[in-house]
Design a protein around this ligand. Sequence first.
Ligand SMILES: Nc1nc2c(c(=O)[nH]1)N[C@H]1C(S)=C(S)[C@@H](COP(=O)(O)O)O[C@H]1N2
Ligand SMILES: [Mo]
Length: 511
Amino acid sequence: MDAGARPLRWWSVVAGVVAGLVLVAVAELVSLAFSSSSAPFVAVGGGFIDIIPPWVKDLAISLFGTRDKLVLFASMGLVYVLLTGLTGALGARRPRLAAALLAALGLFATIIVLTRAGNGAPDAIPTASGTVIAVPLLVVLLRAVSPAADGTAWGRRRTLVGVGALGVVAVIGAAIARGANASREITRRAAQYVLPEPASTATPIPQDAQVDLEGMPPYVTPNEDFYRIDTALAVPRVDPTSWQLRIHGLVDRELTLDFEELLAEPMIEKHVTLACVSNSVGGDLAGNATWLGVPVRTLLERVGVKDGADMVLSRSVDGFTASTPLEALTDERDSLIAVGMNGQPLPRQHGYPVRMVVPGLYGYVSATKWLTELTVTRFADDTAYWSTRGWSERGPIKIASRIDVPRSFATLTPDAEGAVMLGGTAWAQQRGIAHVEVRIDDGDWREAELGAEVSDDTWVQWSLRWEDATSGDHAATVRARDGEGELQTDEEAPPAPNGASGWHRIDFTVG
Ligand SMILES: Nc1nc2c(c(=O)[nH]1)N[C@H]1C(S)=C(S)[C@@H](COP(=O)(O)O)O[C@H]1N2
Ligand SMILES: [Mo]
Protein backbone atom coordinates (compact mmCIF):
# COMPACT_ATOMS: atom_id res chain seq x y z
CA MET A 1 0.00 0.00 0.00
CA ASP A 2 1.59 3.30 -0.95
CA ALA A 3 1.53 6.24 1.33
CA GLY A 4 -1.17 8.10 -0.67
CA ALA A 5 -3.77 5.30 -0.47
CA ARG A 6 -6.53 5.89 2.00
CA PRO A 7 -8.11 3.07 3.95
CA LEU A 8 -11.62 2.19 2.85
CA ARG A 9 -14.02 3.55 5.42
CA TRP A 10 -16.51 0.75 5.92
CA TRP A 11 -18.86 2.91 7.98
CA SER A 12 -19.20 5.28 5.06
CA VAL A 13 -20.14 2.31 2.88
CA VAL A 14 -22.75 1.36 5.49
CA ALA A 15 -24.04 4.95 5.54
CA GLY A 16 -24.48 4.82 1.78
CA VAL A 17 -26.36 1.51 1.90
CA VAL A 18 -28.58 2.67 4.80
CA ALA A 19 -29.49 5.90 3.00
CA GLY A 20 -30.30 3.83 -0.09
CA LEU A 21 -32.52 1.50 1.95
CA VAL A 22 -34.33 4.45 3.48
CA LEU A 23 -34.98 5.77 -0.04
CA VAL A 24 -36.60 2.47 -1.05
CA ALA A 25 -38.53 2.08 2.22
CA VAL A 26 -39.99 5.58 2.05
CA ALA A 27 -40.84 5.12 -1.63
CA GLU A 28 -42.57 1.78 -1.01
CA LEU A 29 -44.51 3.17 1.95
CA VAL A 30 -45.62 6.29 0.11
CA SER A 31 -46.52 4.26 -2.99
CA LEU A 32 -49.23 2.53 -0.96
CA ALA A 33 -51.17 5.75 -1.43
CA PHE A 34 -50.61 5.72 -5.21
CA SER A 35 -50.97 3.15 -7.99
CA SER A 36 -49.38 -0.23 -7.35
CA SER A 37 -47.12 0.41 -10.36
CA SER A 38 -45.65 3.50 -8.70
CA ALA A 39 -43.26 1.48 -6.54
CA PRO A 40 -39.72 2.10 -7.82
CA PHE A 41 -38.47 -1.50 -7.70
CA VAL A 42 -41.40 -2.79 -9.70
CA ALA A 43 -41.07 0.01 -12.24
CA VAL A 44 -37.32 -0.40 -12.71
CA GLY A 45 -37.66 -4.20 -12.88
CA GLY A 46 -40.47 -3.85 -15.43
CA GLY A 47 -38.43 -1.39 -17.48
CA PHE A 48 -35.51 -3.79 -17.41
CA ILE A 49 -37.66 -6.72 -18.57
CA ASP A 50 -38.91 -4.56 -21.44
CA ILE A 51 -35.47 -3.70 -22.79
CA ILE A 52 -33.58 -6.97 -22.43
CA PRO A 53 -33.37 -9.07 -25.60
CA PRO A 54 -35.76 -12.04 -25.79
CA TRP A 55 -32.96 -14.61 -25.68
CA VAL A 56 -31.87 -13.34 -22.27
CA LYS A 57 -35.45 -13.71 -21.07
CA ASP A 58 -35.65 -17.24 -22.45
CA LEU A 59 -32.35 -18.08 -20.83
CA ALA A 60 -33.56 -16.71 -17.48
CA ILE A 61 -36.78 -18.73 -17.72
CA SER A 62 -34.93 -21.92 -18.65
CA LEU A 63 -32.48 -21.38 -15.78
CA PHE A 64 -34.89 -20.24 -13.07
CA GLY A 65 -38.35 -21.27 -14.31
CA THR A 66 -41.14 -19.43 -12.56
CA ARG A 67 -38.58 -18.01 -10.10
CA ASP A 68 -37.19 -15.81 -12.87
CA LYS A 69 -38.79 -12.66 -11.44
CA LEU A 70 -37.52 -13.43 -7.97
CA VAL A 71 -34.01 -13.79 -9.40
CA LEU A 72 -34.40 -10.51 -11.27
CA PHE A 73 -35.47 -8.63 -8.13
CA ALA A 74 -32.73 -10.24 -6.04
CA SER A 75 -30.11 -9.21 -8.63
CA MET A 76 -31.53 -5.70 -8.76
CA GLY A 77 -31.34 -5.52 -4.98
CA LEU A 78 -27.74 -6.66 -5.05
CA VAL A 79 -26.76 -4.12 -7.73
CA TYR A 80 -28.54 -1.40 -5.74
CA VAL A 81 -26.68 -2.28 -2.53
CA LEU A 82 -23.38 -2.25 -4.45
CA LEU A 83 -24.15 1.13 -6.04
CA THR A 84 -25.25 2.77 -2.81
CA GLY A 85 -22.30 1.22 -0.96
CA LEU A 86 -19.95 2.63 -3.56
CA THR A 87 -21.67 5.99 -3.23
CA GLY A 88 -21.06 5.87 0.51
CA ALA A 89 -17.40 4.96 -0.01
CA LEU A 90 -16.92 7.99 -2.26
CA GLY A 91 -18.78 10.07 0.27
CA ALA A 92 -16.13 9.45 2.91
CA ARG A 93 -14.04 12.10 1.18
CA ARG A 94 -16.58 13.85 -1.00
CA PRO A 95 -19.99 13.89 0.69
CA ARG A 96 -21.46 16.33 -1.82
CA LEU A 97 -20.52 14.11 -4.75
CA ALA A 98 -22.14 11.16 -2.93
CA ALA A 99 -25.32 13.17 -2.36
CA ALA A 100 -25.39 14.06 -6.05
CA LEU A 101 -24.96 10.41 -7.03
CA LEU A 102 -27.77 9.23 -4.77
CA ALA A 103 -29.99 12.04 -6.08
CA ALA A 104 -29.17 10.88 -9.62
CA LEU A 105 -30.12 7.31 -8.73
CA GLY A 106 -33.42 8.51 -7.29
CA LEU A 107 -34.06 10.73 -10.28
CA PHE A 108 -33.33 7.86 -12.65
CA ALA A 109 -35.85 5.62 -10.82
CA THR A 110 -38.40 8.46 -10.78
CA ILE A 111 -38.10 8.88 -14.54
CA ILE A 112 -38.52 5.13 -15.11
CA VAL A 113 -41.64 5.17 -12.91
CA LEU A 114 -43.04 8.02 -15.02
CA THR A 115 -42.41 6.20 -18.29
CA ARG A 116 -44.26 3.04 -17.23
CA ALA A 117 -47.51 2.47 -19.05
CA GLY A 118 -50.52 3.66 -17.08
CA ASN A 119 -48.51 5.80 -14.65
CA GLY A 120 -49.18 9.53 -14.35
CA ALA A 121 -47.34 12.44 -12.79
CA PRO A 122 -48.54 11.71 -9.21
CA ASP A 123 -46.90 8.29 -9.42
CA ALA A 124 -43.54 10.06 -9.30
CA ILE A 125 -44.26 11.24 -5.75
CA PRO A 126 -43.26 8.04 -3.88
CA THR A 127 -39.79 7.74 -5.42
CA ALA A 128 -39.25 11.49 -5.31
CA SER A 129 -40.20 11.57 -1.60
CA GLY A 130 -37.77 8.74 -0.90
CA THR A 131 -35.02 10.63 -2.70
CA VAL A 132 -35.76 13.94 -1.00
CA ILE A 133 -35.47 12.29 2.40
CA ALA A 134 -32.55 9.98 1.62
CA VAL A 135 -30.15 12.52 0.07
CA PRO A 136 -29.81 14.88 3.05
CA LEU A 137 -29.90 11.82 5.32
CA LEU A 138 -26.84 10.48 3.49
CA VAL A 139 -24.93 13.69 4.17
CA VAL A 140 -25.90 13.57 7.85
CA LEU A 141 -24.96 9.90 8.15
CA LEU A 142 -21.61 10.39 6.41
CA ARG A 143 -20.76 13.18 8.80
CA ALA A 144 -21.87 11.17 11.81
CA VAL A 145 -19.79 8.09 11.00
CA SER A 146 -16.74 10.03 9.95
CA PRO A 147 -13.79 9.53 12.32
CA ALA A 148 -13.44 13.30 12.23
CA ALA A 149 -16.76 13.64 14.03
CA ASP A 150 -16.16 14.93 17.52
CA GLY A 151 -17.17 12.87 20.45
CA THR A 152 -16.27 10.19 22.89
CA ALA A 153 -15.74 6.54 22.00
CA TRP A 154 -19.04 5.82 23.72
CA GLY A 155 -20.81 8.47 21.67
CA ARG A 156 -19.37 7.05 18.49
CA ARG A 157 -20.50 3.55 19.33
CA ARG A 158 -23.99 4.88 19.90
CA THR A 159 -23.92 6.57 16.53
CA LEU A 160 -22.87 3.40 14.74
CA VAL A 161 -25.54 1.31 16.50
CA GLY A 162 -28.06 3.98 15.51
CA VAL A 163 -27.03 3.82 11.85
CA GLY A 164 -27.26 0.02 11.88
CA ALA A 165 -30.67 0.14 13.55
CA LEU A 166 -31.91 2.63 10.96
CA GLY A 167 -30.84 0.19 8.26
CA VAL A 168 -32.72 -2.66 9.92
CA VAL A 169 -35.86 -0.52 10.33
CA ALA A 170 -35.64 0.51 6.66
CA VAL A 171 -35.37 -3.12 5.51
CA ILE A 172 -38.34 -4.19 7.65
CA GLY A 173 -40.41 -1.18 6.57
CA ALA A 174 -39.60 -1.78 2.91
CA ALA A 175 -40.47 -5.49 3.20
CA ILE A 176 -43.82 -4.83 4.87
CA ALA A 177 -44.76 -2.12 2.38
CA ARG A 178 -43.63 -4.34 -0.53
CA GLY A 179 -45.82 -7.17 0.76
CA ALA A 180 -48.81 -4.85 1.05
CA ASN A 181 -48.12 -3.45 -2.42
CA ALA A 182 -47.80 -6.90 -3.96
CA SER A 183 -51.07 -8.08 -2.45
CA ARG A 184 -52.78 -4.88 -3.62
CA GLU A 185 -51.49 -5.54 -7.13
CA ILE A 186 -52.81 -9.11 -7.16
CA THR A 187 -56.18 -7.98 -5.85
CA ARG A 188 -56.30 -5.36 -8.57
CA ARG A 189 -55.52 -7.90 -11.29
CA ALA A 190 -58.08 -10.30 -9.88
CA ALA A 191 -60.71 -7.59 -9.98
CA GLN A 192 -59.71 -6.68 -13.52
CA TYR A 193 -59.65 -9.95 -15.32
CA VAL A 194 -62.83 -10.97 -17.02
CA LEU A 195 -64.07 -14.49 -16.54
CA PRO A 196 -64.57 -16.39 -19.77
CA GLU A 197 -68.12 -17.12 -20.86
CA PRO A 198 -69.05 -20.72 -20.09
CA ALA A 199 -69.60 -23.04 -23.04
CA SER A 200 -72.39 -24.56 -20.96
CA THR A 201 -74.16 -22.58 -18.28
CA ALA A 202 -75.60 -24.02 -15.09
CA THR A 203 -79.37 -24.37 -14.89
CA PRO A 204 -80.88 -21.27 -13.30
CA ILE A 205 -81.69 -21.71 -9.61
CA PRO A 206 -85.48 -21.71 -9.11
CA GLN A 207 -86.78 -19.10 -6.70
CA ASP A 208 -88.30 -21.71 -4.40
CA ALA A 209 -84.99 -23.49 -3.81
CA GLN A 210 -84.80 -20.89 -1.06
CA VAL A 211 -87.19 -21.66 1.79
CA ASP A 212 -88.87 -18.41 2.75
CA LEU A 213 -88.28 -18.44 6.48
CA GLU A 214 -86.38 -15.94 8.55
CA GLY A 215 -83.05 -17.29 9.74
CA MET A 216 -82.51 -19.68 6.82
CA PRO A 217 -79.09 -19.44 5.16
CA PRO A 218 -79.10 -18.14 1.58
CA TYR A 219 -79.43 -20.99 -0.93
CA VAL A 220 -76.34 -19.75 -2.76
CA THR A 221 -73.67 -18.84 -0.24
CA PRO A 222 -72.18 -15.40 -0.95
CA ASN A 223 -68.40 -15.60 -1.48
CA GLU A 224 -67.67 -13.49 1.58
CA ASP A 225 -69.74 -15.78 3.83
CA PHE A 226 -68.41 -19.05 2.41
CA TYR A 227 -66.70 -21.16 5.08
CA ARG A 228 -62.94 -21.23 4.82
CA ILE A 229 -60.76 -24.16 5.82
CA ASP A 230 -57.09 -24.57 5.01
CA THR A 231 -53.70 -25.06 6.55
CA ALA A 232 -52.35 -21.74 5.28
CA LEU A 233 -51.14 -19.36 8.02
CA ALA A 234 -51.15 -16.53 5.49
CA VAL A 235 -53.41 -16.78 2.46
CA PRO A 236 -51.09 -17.63 -0.46
CA ARG A 237 -50.58 -14.83 -2.96
CA VAL A 238 -50.44 -16.35 -6.39
CA ASP A 239 -49.56 -14.18 -9.35
CA PRO A 240 -51.69 -15.42 -12.26
CA THR A 241 -49.15 -14.15 -14.78
CA SER A 242 -46.57 -16.64 -13.56
CA TRP A 243 -49.01 -19.37 -12.43
CA GLN A 244 -48.70 -22.77 -14.06
CA LEU A 245 -50.50 -26.08 -13.81
CA ARG A 246 -48.37 -29.14 -14.45
CA ILE A 247 -50.06 -32.47 -15.13
CA HIS A 248 -47.70 -35.41 -15.02
CA GLY A 249 -47.04 -38.82 -13.49
CA LEU A 250 -48.64 -41.92 -15.04
CA VAL A 251 -49.49 -40.14 -18.28
CA ASP A 252 -48.54 -40.54 -21.93
CA ARG A 253 -47.57 -36.89 -22.38
CA GLU A 254 -47.01 -34.34 -19.67
CA LEU A 255 -48.85 -31.05 -19.96
CA THR A 256 -48.11 -27.62 -18.54
CA LEU A 257 -50.68 -24.85 -18.86
CA ASP A 258 -50.35 -21.22 -17.95
CA PHE A 259 -53.31 -19.13 -16.81
CA GLU A 260 -54.06 -17.71 -20.23
CA GLU A 261 -54.05 -21.19 -21.75
CA LEU A 262 -56.36 -22.45 -19.03
CA LEU A 263 -58.79 -19.58 -19.61
CA ALA A 264 -58.85 -20.46 -23.31
CA GLU A 265 -60.19 -23.96 -22.56
CA PRO A 266 -63.95 -24.47 -22.87
CA MET A 267 -65.47 -23.85 -19.44
CA ILE A 268 -68.60 -25.14 -17.83
CA GLU A 269 -70.62 -23.79 -14.96
CA LYS A 270 -71.94 -25.99 -12.19
CA HIS A 271 -73.68 -25.62 -8.83
CA VAL A 272 -71.87 -27.67 -6.20
CA THR A 273 -72.19 -27.80 -2.42
CA LEU A 274 -68.77 -28.17 -0.78
CA ALA A 275 -68.48 -29.73 2.65
CA CYS A 276 -65.66 -30.10 5.12
CA VAL A 277 -64.94 -33.44 6.75
CA SER A 278 -64.41 -31.58 10.04
CA ASN A 279 -68.02 -30.43 10.09
CA SER A 280 -69.82 -31.74 13.13
CA VAL A 281 -73.45 -32.87 13.03
CA GLY A 282 -75.50 -29.70 12.58
CA GLY A 283 -72.40 -27.63 11.82
CA ASP A 284 -71.96 -24.96 9.18
CA LEU A 285 -68.75 -26.02 7.41
CA ALA A 286 -70.57 -26.40 4.13
CA GLY A 287 -71.36 -23.91 1.41
CA ASN A 288 -73.08 -23.85 -1.94
CA ALA A 289 -71.72 -21.96 -4.94
CA THR A 290 -71.85 -21.79 -8.72
CA TRP A 291 -68.43 -22.73 -9.99
CA LEU A 292 -66.90 -21.98 -13.37
CA GLY A 293 -64.09 -24.15 -14.63
CA VAL A 294 -62.57 -26.64 -17.01
CA PRO A 295 -63.67 -30.25 -16.51
CA VAL A 296 -60.65 -32.15 -15.15
CA ARG A 297 -61.68 -34.98 -17.46
CA THR A 298 -60.83 -33.07 -20.64
CA LEU A 299 -57.29 -32.35 -19.45
CA LEU A 300 -56.77 -35.94 -18.26
CA GLU A 301 -57.95 -37.19 -21.65
CA ARG A 302 -55.41 -34.94 -23.30
CA VAL A 303 -52.46 -36.22 -21.27
CA GLY A 304 -53.59 -39.86 -21.61
CA VAL A 305 -53.79 -41.69 -18.28
CA LYS A 306 -51.75 -44.89 -18.16
CA ASP A 307 -53.17 -48.22 -17.00
CA GLY A 308 -52.77 -48.89 -13.31
CA ALA A 309 -53.35 -45.32 -12.15
CA ASP A 310 -56.17 -44.96 -9.62
CA MET A 311 -55.55 -41.58 -7.96
CA VAL A 312 -54.67 -37.99 -8.75
CA LEU A 313 -52.63 -36.13 -6.19
CA SER A 314 -53.38 -32.43 -6.50
CA ARG A 315 -50.89 -30.00 -5.02
CA SER A 316 -51.23 -26.41 -3.91
CA VAL A 317 -48.52 -23.76 -4.16
CA ASP A 318 -48.31 -24.01 -0.36
CA GLY A 319 -47.54 -27.72 -0.38
CA PHE A 320 -51.00 -28.99 0.64
CA THR A 321 -51.98 -32.13 -1.25
CA ALA A 322 -55.22 -34.06 -1.76
CA SER A 323 -55.68 -37.59 -3.06
CA THR A 324 -58.71 -37.87 -5.32
CA PRO A 325 -59.81 -41.20 -6.80
CA LEU A 326 -59.13 -41.05 -10.54
CA GLU A 327 -62.68 -42.17 -11.23
CA ALA A 328 -64.17 -39.09 -9.54
CA LEU A 329 -62.22 -36.91 -11.97
CA THR A 330 -63.03 -38.85 -15.14
CA ASP A 331 -66.67 -39.91 -14.66
CA GLU A 332 -69.75 -37.86 -15.57
CA ARG A 333 -69.85 -35.74 -12.42
CA ASP A 334 -67.89 -32.93 -14.08
CA SER A 335 -65.18 -32.30 -11.52
CA LEU A 336 -63.71 -28.91 -12.20
CA ILE A 337 -60.46 -27.04 -12.32
CA ALA A 338 -62.26 -23.90 -11.25
CA VAL A 339 -61.48 -20.22 -11.78
CA GLY A 340 -64.83 -18.66 -10.95
CA MET A 341 -67.12 -18.66 -7.92
CA ASN A 342 -70.60 -17.14 -8.11
CA GLY A 343 -69.72 -15.06 -11.15
CA GLN A 344 -66.49 -13.69 -9.68
CA PRO A 345 -62.87 -14.75 -9.99
CA LEU A 346 -62.08 -17.04 -7.06
CA PRO A 347 -61.49 -14.93 -3.97
CA ARG A 348 -57.93 -15.28 -2.65
CA GLN A 349 -59.15 -17.15 0.43
CA HIS A 350 -60.89 -19.68 -1.77
CA GLY A 351 -57.94 -20.51 -4.00
CA TYR A 352 -57.30 -17.67 -6.43
CA PRO A 353 -56.48 -18.09 -9.23
CA VAL A 354 -57.29 -21.81 -9.62
CA ARG A 355 -58.73 -24.58 -7.42
CA MET A 356 -60.37 -27.98 -7.70
CA VAL A 357 -64.05 -28.67 -7.12
CA VAL A 358 -65.14 -32.30 -6.99
CA PRO A 359 -68.82 -33.03 -6.34
CA GLY A 360 -69.41 -35.71 -3.71
CA LEU A 361 -66.07 -35.70 -1.90
CA TYR A 362 -65.03 -33.83 1.23
CA GLY A 363 -62.72 -30.89 0.56
CA TYR A 364 -59.65 -32.46 2.15
CA VAL A 365 -59.46 -35.16 -0.54
CA SER A 366 -60.48 -33.05 -3.49
CA ALA A 367 -60.89 -29.28 -3.28
CA THR A 368 -57.26 -28.16 -3.50
CA LYS A 369 -57.00 -24.37 -3.54
CA TRP A 370 -54.11 -22.44 -5.16
CA LEU A 371 -53.74 -25.50 -7.39
CA THR A 372 -50.47 -25.89 -9.29
CA GLU A 373 -49.86 -29.58 -9.93
CA LEU A 374 -51.74 -32.79 -10.71
CA THR A 375 -49.81 -36.03 -10.38
CA VAL A 376 -51.54 -39.06 -11.85
CA THR A 377 -50.53 -41.87 -9.53
CA ARG A 378 -51.77 -44.75 -7.36
CA PHE A 379 -53.09 -44.83 -3.78
CA ALA A 380 -50.44 -47.50 -3.19
CA ASP A 381 -47.65 -45.11 -4.14
CA ASP A 382 -48.60 -41.65 -2.84
CA THR A 383 -50.23 -40.19 0.27
CA ALA A 384 -51.90 -36.81 0.68
CA TYR A 385 -51.51 -34.19 3.42
CA TRP A 386 -54.33 -35.31 5.75
CA SER A 387 -53.99 -39.04 5.03
CA THR A 388 -50.69 -39.02 6.93
CA ARG A 389 -52.38 -37.22 9.84
CA GLY A 390 -55.09 -39.62 10.86
CA TRP A 391 -57.77 -39.06 8.21
CA SER A 392 -58.97 -41.57 5.63
CA GLU A 393 -57.34 -41.53 2.21
CA ARG A 394 -60.80 -41.46 0.62
CA GLY A 395 -63.59 -39.14 1.75
CA PRO A 396 -67.01 -39.49 0.13
CA ILE A 397 -69.46 -37.02 1.72
CA LYS A 398 -71.93 -38.63 4.14
CA ILE A 399 -75.66 -37.81 4.12
CA ALA A 400 -76.18 -34.75 6.30
CA SER A 401 -79.18 -32.79 7.50
CA ARG A 402 -79.43 -29.98 9.99
CA ILE A 403 -81.91 -27.65 11.61
CA ASP A 404 -81.21 -23.98 10.91
CA VAL A 405 -84.45 -22.56 12.32
CA PRO A 406 -84.95 -22.29 15.21
CA ARG A 407 -81.47 -21.92 16.64
CA SER A 408 -80.76 -24.00 19.74
CA PHE A 409 -82.58 -22.67 22.80
CA ALA A 410 -84.51 -20.07 20.80
CA THR A 411 -88.12 -19.31 21.61
CA LEU A 412 -90.72 -19.53 18.84
CA THR A 413 -93.97 -17.62 18.96
CA PRO A 414 -96.91 -19.47 17.35
CA ASP A 415 -98.74 -17.68 14.55
CA ALA A 416 -102.46 -16.85 14.62
CA GLU A 417 -103.31 -20.50 13.88
CA GLY A 418 -101.06 -21.80 16.65
CA ALA A 419 -98.36 -23.13 14.33
CA VAL A 420 -94.57 -22.67 14.36
CA MET A 421 -92.15 -23.10 11.45
CA LEU A 422 -88.94 -25.11 11.44
CA GLY A 423 -86.43 -25.16 8.59
CA GLY A 424 -83.05 -26.45 7.61
CA THR A 425 -80.64 -27.83 5.06
CA ALA A 426 -79.73 -31.33 3.86
CA TRP A 427 -77.19 -32.71 1.42
CA ALA A 428 -76.00 -35.98 -0.07
CA GLN A 429 -73.86 -34.99 -3.05
CA GLN A 430 -73.99 -37.33 -6.05
CA ARG A 431 -77.13 -39.02 -4.70
CA GLY A 432 -79.39 -36.08 -3.94
CA ILE A 433 -81.90 -35.73 -1.12
CA ALA A 434 -85.27 -37.46 -1.57
CA HIS A 435 -86.87 -36.94 1.85
CA VAL A 436 -86.33 -35.03 5.05
CA GLU A 437 -88.15 -36.05 8.21
CA VAL A 438 -88.50 -34.17 11.47
CA ARG A 439 -89.50 -35.47 14.88
CA ILE A 440 -90.74 -33.23 17.66
CA ASP A 441 -89.81 -34.62 21.08
CA ASP A 442 -90.48 -38.38 20.93
CA GLY A 443 -93.37 -38.13 18.49
CA ASP A 444 -93.75 -39.60 15.03
CA TRP A 445 -91.51 -38.62 12.13
CA ARG A 446 -93.15 -35.93 10.02
CA GLU A 447 -92.31 -35.42 6.35
CA ALA A 448 -90.76 -31.99 5.79
CA GLU A 449 -91.51 -29.99 2.68
CA LEU A 450 -88.50 -29.67 0.37
CA GLY A 451 -87.50 -26.52 -1.47
CA ALA A 452 -86.89 -26.95 -5.21
CA GLU A 453 -84.09 -29.40 -5.91
CA VAL A 454 -81.34 -27.91 -8.08
CA SER A 455 -79.13 -30.97 -8.62
CA ASP A 456 -77.88 -34.07 -6.86
CA ASP A 457 -74.69 -32.17 -6.04
CA THR A 458 -76.34 -29.31 -4.21
CA TRP A 459 -78.02 -29.05 -0.86
CA VAL A 460 -81.79 -28.73 -0.46
CA GLN A 461 -83.62 -26.62 2.03
CA TRP A 462 -86.57 -28.01 3.96
CA SER A 463 -89.33 -26.61 6.13
CA LEU A 464 -91.86 -28.05 8.50
CA ARG A 465 -94.98 -26.39 9.74
CA TRP A 466 -95.77 -27.73 13.20
CA GLU A 467 -99.51 -27.07 13.23
CA ASP A 468 -100.51 -27.83 16.76
CA ALA A 469 -97.47 -26.46 18.56
CA THR A 470 -97.80 -26.84 22.30
CA SER A 471 -96.15 -24.28 24.53
CA GLY A 472 -93.19 -25.30 26.62
CA ASP A 473 -89.74 -26.83 26.07
CA HIS A 474 -89.26 -29.15 23.11
CA ALA A 475 -86.62 -30.95 21.10
CA ALA A 476 -86.52 -31.36 17.32
CA THR A 477 -84.55 -34.03 15.47
CA VAL A 478 -83.95 -34.22 11.71
CA ARG A 479 -82.89 -37.00 9.38
CA ALA A 480 -82.68 -37.31 5.60
CA ARG A 481 -82.99 -40.02 3.02
CA ASP A 482 -80.87 -39.81 -0.12
CA GLY A 483 -81.93 -40.32 -3.71
CA GLU A 484 -80.91 -43.96 -3.54
CA GLY A 485 -83.25 -44.60 -0.62
CA GLU A 486 -80.56 -44.76 2.02
CA LEU A 487 -81.58 -43.38 5.40
CA GLN A 488 -79.11 -41.13 7.23
CA THR A 489 -77.67 -43.20 10.06
CA ASP A 490 -78.31 -42.29 13.70
CA GLU A 491 -75.03 -43.91 14.64
CA GLU A 492 -72.91 -41.11 16.05
CA ALA A 493 -69.38 -40.71 14.74
CA PRO A 494 -66.90 -37.87 15.26
CA PRO A 495 -65.44 -36.05 12.23
CA ALA A 496 -62.20 -38.08 12.23
CA PRO A 497 -61.32 -40.15 10.29
CA ASN A 498 -63.93 -39.80 7.53
CA GLY A 499 -66.78 -37.48 8.54
CA ALA A 500 -69.29 -37.09 11.37
CA SER A 501 -72.60 -38.95 11.44
CA GLY A 502 -75.71 -38.96 13.61
CA TRP A 503 -78.96 -36.99 13.70
CA HIS A 504 -79.03 -33.28 14.47
CA ARG A 505 -81.20 -32.48 17.47
CA ILE A 506 -81.89 -29.11 19.04
CA ASP A 507 -83.78 -27.85 22.08
CA PHE A 508 -86.19 -24.95 21.74
CA THR A 509 -89.15 -23.37 23.43
CA VAL A 510 -92.61 -22.48 22.18
CA GLY A 511 -93.62 -19.31 24.00
N1 LIG B 1 -54.25 -25.51 -0.59
C1 LIG B 1 -55.22 -25.98 0.21
N2 LIG B 1 -56.39 -26.35 -0.33
C2 LIG B 1 -57.37 -26.85 0.46
C3 LIG B 1 -57.17 -26.97 1.85
C4 LIG B 1 -55.92 -26.58 2.39
O1 LIG B 1 -55.67 -26.69 3.58
N3 LIG B 1 -54.98 -26.09 1.54
N4 LIG B 1 -58.20 -27.46 2.62
C5 LIG B 1 -59.22 -28.27 1.99
C6 LIG B 1 -60.36 -28.46 2.84
S1 LIG B 1 -60.14 -29.43 4.22
C7 LIG B 1 -61.59 -27.97 2.54
S2 LIG B 1 -62.95 -28.42 3.43
C8 LIG B 1 -61.78 -27.04 1.40
C9 LIG B 1 -62.44 -25.77 1.86
O2 LIG B 1 -62.56 -24.88 0.80
P1 LIG B 1 -63.00 -23.38 1.12
O3 LIG B 1 -62.03 -22.84 2.11
O4 LIG B 1 -62.99 -22.66 -0.17
O5 LIG B 1 -64.39 -23.48 1.71
O6 LIG B 1 -60.54 -26.69 0.81
C10 LIG B 1 -59.65 -27.74 0.64
N5 LIG B 1 -58.54 -27.21 -0.11
MO1 LIG C 1 -62.09 -29.81 5.14
